[in-house]
Design a protein. Structure first.
Length: 174
């Protein structure tokens, strides 16, 4: 069984994913971490060296390796859904859980995350809130199309979100 967490930046994919994996006794991986490990650079360094397209190419390569995993909880980079090939892989991998949060929460979490600059370089020249609104407008239909179910993370602690994810998975027989 594979459980795939999708959603925008700072919706809790990595934190919740680790907790869900712990509870289910499964391995956890984060595609952004896999990309950085493979490249030997941070995402910001990859983007600085080759632009977002260079990062997306590395992301696509990592995504194509995911079907070979036997089981696990996988946190997917927020923009991976923009690539049609990635969406096909995700749809066939397992249960896609869409973690959501409101714009204010996402922006607050990004500002509070000390590693955000290295791991999450800006996607545009817009301010953080305007960028988040614009990107969510573009990606939301893709997240919706992939999701087997969604869990809102705004105002919730990691354990409560993990409880909700595990509860839905149990009810679905996953």
């Amino acid at each position: 069984m594979k459980i795939i967490l999708i959603g925008y930046r700072c919706t809790g994919k990595t934190s919740v994913g680790k907790r869900v994996a712990e509870r289910l006794g499964m391995p956890f991986c984060d595609t952004d971490d896999l990309i950085q490990s493979e490249a030997g650079m941070t995402i910001a360094e990859i983007v600085a060296a080759g632009g977002w397209e260079a990062f997306r190419a590395q992301e696509r390569t990592i995504m194509m390796t995911l079907p070979s995993l036997s089981e696990g909880v996988i946190a997917i980079g927020g923009g991976a859904v923009m690539d049609a090939a990635n969406r096909r892989v995700l749809k066939q991998l397992g249960s896609c859980v869409w973690l959501t949060a409101d714009v204010r929460t996402i922006v607050e979490r990004m500002r509070a995350d000390q590693g955000s600059g290295a791991k999450r370089p800006p996607l545009s020249r817009d301010g953080l809130e305007q960028e988040t609104i614009a990107i969510l407008r573009e990606r939301t239909p893709l997240y919706e199309a992939l999701a087997d179910f969604a869990v809102a993370t705004t105002g919730k602690q990691i354990d409560a979100i993990a409880d909700e994810v595990c509860g839905v998975l149990a009810r679905q027989g996953t």
